[in-house]
Ligand binder design. Structure first.
Ligand code: ITT
Length: 203
């Protein structure tokens, strides 16, 4: 059975491919199935956007589809950038520009008050509109500079509380043990195995 991992973000795709390598699904990407059009992320929350993407791409592809919407919540900014994590520094910015923008915003916030978390909501949908949802968080702090070259997005400025290093200093395998996405994916794995089982029963 094929599972569409519906993301344009290469960093996310690499993480899912590693986490789901042992699942009895053939993982395919939006490129593999020739989908070029974006599902607009018009939701007010991560969960709404994850649902929009999973349902939209499942309908467009005719495949069981997994999508996630994720973001960074900074306590000193009242939970921003949150659902606006991608566009926070403006349209079409690089990861380095987004990180520099956030560090500048937090210039006067002292150590100890820079707590933050990554949050990920995963939605899984079928082409006929069945929907499942899981989520995960990873707690940490925003550092004062960027460090590390692994991962993507805000990883170089995010100090992972339980590891004592930046997210971008962890290998993909290590990130996949502690990240928001890994925690949501662990529950998603159970959903996916349940779907496989029910398909087996029905055929
Ligand atoms: P898709 O919608 O195509 O999946 P995206 O990059 O638009 O990809 P999101 O809207 O879910 O993904 O994510 C918003 C931003 O949050 C993303 O561009 C990153 O800057 C940041 N982000 C999400 N997950 C992250 C992670 O694991 N590490 C670092 N930054 C992350």
């Amino acid at each position: 059975m094929r599972l569409l991992i519906a993301t344009h973000n290469r960093g996310k795709l690499i993480e899912y491919q590693a986490m789901f390598a042992d699942l009895p699904f053939e993982l395919v990407t939006l490129d593999d199935v020739g989908i070029r059009d974006d599902v607009p992320e018009t939701g007010a929350t991560l969960a709404e956007n994850a649902r929009l993407k999973a349902l939209g791409y499942a309908r467009a592809s005719g495949l069981l589809t997994l999508a996630d919407d994720s973001g960074l919540e900074v306590d000193a900014l009242g939970g921003e950038p949150g659902v606006r994590s991608k566009r926070y520094a403006g349209e079409n910015k690089s990861d380095a520009e987004r990180n520099a923008f956030l560090l500048a915003k937090l210039r006067d916030v002292p150590a100890g008050k820079r707590t933050a978390r990554f949050r990920c909501v995963i939605a899984i949908a079928t082409p006929d509109g069945k929907l499942w949802e899981t989520d995960g968080v990873c707690e940490g702090e925003i550092a004062f500079d960027a460090r590390g070259t692994n991962g993507f997005g805000y990883d170089p400025i995010f100090h992972v509380a339980e590891r004592g290093v930046r997210m971008a200093e962890l290998s993909t395998a290590e990130k996949n043990r502690v990240s928001h996405r890994a925690r949501a994916a662990e529950q998603a794995r159970r959903v996916l195995l349940g779907i496989i089982e029910s398909v087996g029963r029905d055929t």
